[in-house]
Write a protein that binds this ligand. Structure first.
Ligand code: ZN
Length: 47
């Protein structure tokens, strides 16, 4: 499991197609809404 960086829900990477790659890292999301928030302001979620 990985953690959705936006809402901090556990996400199974094998189970979601909602993903985004930033700076060589893959991020997975519970929903398209979370991905949109991430895409608008990735620096806020990448620590
Ligand atoms: Zn989420």
């Amino acid at each position: 499991m990985v953690t959705d960086p936006v809402c901090e829900t556990d996400v199974n990477p094998n189970d979601t197609e909602v993903q985004s790659e930033k700076e060589g890292e893959m991020y997975y999301f519970c929903s398209i809404d979370c991905r949109e928030k991430f895409e608008m302001n990735p620096e806020q979620y990448i620590s």
